[in-house]
Write a protein that binds this ligand. Structure first.
Ligand code: PLP
Length: 373
C-alpha cells in the first residue's frame, strides 16, 4: 500500500511564521533598559480606558461561552454603519474572517489575484489553500495596479484581494479608481476589500468607503486592532451582502470572538472621541516623522495609515541599519518578506517614541556610511 502524504503540498511548502525577537529578548541581548517597538502598526495611544473597565466587569462571565452571533457588538456595529446585523460577521481579528472567506468559497481549481507587496497574512492563507494565485506588480509609485489586476481576471478567478490603504506601502486607491475597477469585475468574482487602516484615512476626500457602495460581490474587512488600539484582543469584522455573510458564518468558529473581546469592542465603539484622539495624534506625528526622515536624507512614501515605508539604497544598507537600530533599542520592520528588500516600515508611535526613533536613526547614520535612500 502506498503511503499518502501526511500534509498537502501547499502546507508542506509554507515556511513557519518566524516572530521577531521579543522586547525582553532584545533588552537582555544588548543590556538595554528600554526598548521601543515600532514594528507592527499597533496603535500608539492604546484602547479607550472604558475598554479596561468593560473587560474587568465582564471577567465574571468568562466561564460562559460568548453568544454565538447575537452579540450586542454585532447589533451596535450594524446600527453604526446603518446595515442589518445579517450583513455583519465578527471574528478573532479580520484575518480570521479572511480565513473563513477562503474556506467558504474556494474550489480547488479556482484562482485568486492580488498585488505584489501587500499584507502577508492574506498571502499565507491563500498559499495554504493551494489555489493558483496571480500577483500583479505594483505601479512605480507603490500603488495597487487595479487595471493590471482586472486584466488578469479569467473564468476561474474567484477572489481578488485589495488592502486599502495598503500595508506596507501606506498608499491608497481613490474612489474613481475603485469605481472603474469594479466596472471590470464580474459578479462571480469576490473582492476582499481590506480596510484595516480605514479610520486613519477616512478624512481623505477621495478615499472610497467600500461599505457605501453596497456591491453584492465586495466583502469589506475592518478591525479593532489598529485605530481602536485592541490588537491583542483579536477582534475584527466583515461586512457584505447577507448571502455572502450567511456562508461565511457557516464556516467560522462559532464562539469567536471571546467574551472579553466582545465586551471590550462595545466600550471601544462607544468611545469614538478616544479613537479620534488617536487619529489626530497619528496625523500630527506622521507629518513630523516624515519631515525628520527627509532631513536625514530618506524619501518615505506618503502614507494614509499609521506607518511609513522608507526605501533605502540597498538591501544590505537596510539590514545593517535595522541591526544598528535594534542594538540601540528601536525595533522597526524590514520588508524583505513583503518583497521589498530595500525598504523598512516604521509605525508612528507616541511623540516620545518618535523622537527616540529619529534621534537614534540620526545617531546610527552619523556612525555608519551611506545608509540613506
Ligand atoms: C492590511 C491588513 N489587514 C489585516 C490585518 C490583520 O488585522 P487583524 O488584527 O484584525 O487580524 C493587518 C495587520 O497588520 C493588516 O495590515
Amino acid at each position: 500500500m502506498t503511503r499518502r502524504p501526511l500534509v498537502p503540498d501547499a502546507v508542506a511548502r509554507l515556511r513557519p511564521y518566524e516572530p521577531g525577537r521579543t522586547e525582553q529578548e532584545i533588552r537582555e541581548a544588548y543590556g538595554l533598559s528600554q526598548v521601543i517597538k515600532l514594528a507592527s502598526n499597533e496603535s500608539a495611544l492604546g484602547p479607550s480606558p472604558a475598554v479596561e473597565a468593560a473587560v474587568q466587569n465582564s471577567l465574571k462571565n468568562v466561564h460562559r461561552y460568548p453568544s454565538a452571533g447575537q452579540s450586542k457588538l454585532r447589533a451596535m456595529l450594524a446600527e453604526h454603519f446603518r446595515v442589518k446585523p445579517e450583513n455583519l460577521v465578527l471574528g478573532s481579528g479580520s484575518e480570521s474572517i479572511m480565513a473563513c472567506i477562503i474556506r467558504a468559497f474556494l474550489l480547488d481549481d479556482d484562482e485568486a489575484i492580488t498585488s505584489d507587496n501587500t499584507f502577508i497574512g492574506f498571502n499565507v492563507l491563500i498559499a495554504s489553500r493551494g489555489v493558483l494565485t496571480h500577483r500583479v506588480p505594483m505601479t512605480p509609485d507603490y500603488r495597487f495596479d487595479l487595471q493590471g489586476i482586472a486584466d488578469r481576471i479569467n473564468e476561474r478567478t474567484k477572489i481578488i484581494y485589495v488592502a486599502n490603504p495598503n500595508n506596507p506601502t501606506g498608499t491608497y486607491i481613490t474612489a474613481n479608481e475603485f469605481t472603474r475597477f469594479m466596472e471590470r469585475v464580474p459578479e462571480h468574482v469576490l473582492v476582499i476589500w481590506d480596510e484595516a487602516y480605514f479610520e486613519y484615512a477616512q478624512d481623505l476626500p477621495d478615499l472610497p468607503d467600500s461599505m457605501r457602495y453596497r456591491l453584492d460581490n465586495v466583502i469589506t474587512l475592518r478591525t479593532f486592532s489598529k485605530a481602536y488600539g485592541m490588537a491583542g484582543f483579536r477582534l475584527g469584522y466583515g461586512l457584505a451582502h447577507e448571502n455572502l455573510i450567511r456562508h461565511i458564518r457557516k464556516v467560522r468558529l462559532p464562539f469567536e470572538p471571546s467574551v472579553l473581546a466582545l465586551e471590550g469592542g462595545v466600550a471601544a465603539l462607544e468611545d469614538q472621541e478616544h479613537m479620534r484622539r488617536g487619529l489626530a495624534m497619528n496625523q500630527t506625528e506622521k507629518v513630523r516623522v516624515m519631515q525628520g526622515l527627509r532631513e536625514l536624507g530618506f524619501e518615505p512614501v506618503r502614507s494614509a495609515g499609521n506607518f511609513l515605508m522608507v526605501p533605502c539604497d540597498t538591501a544590505n544598507a537596510m539590514e545593517l541599519l535595522l541591526e544598528q537600530m535594534v542594538q540601540r533599542g528601536i525595533i522597526v520592520r524590514g520588508l524583505k518578506a513583503f518583497g521589498l528588500p530595500n525598504a523598512f516600515r516604521v509605525t508612528i508611535g507616541t511623540p516620545n517614541e518618535n523622537t527616540a526613533f529619529l534621534n537614534t536613526l540620526s545617531e546610527v547614520l552619523s556612525t555608519t556610511d551611506g545608509l540613506g535612500s
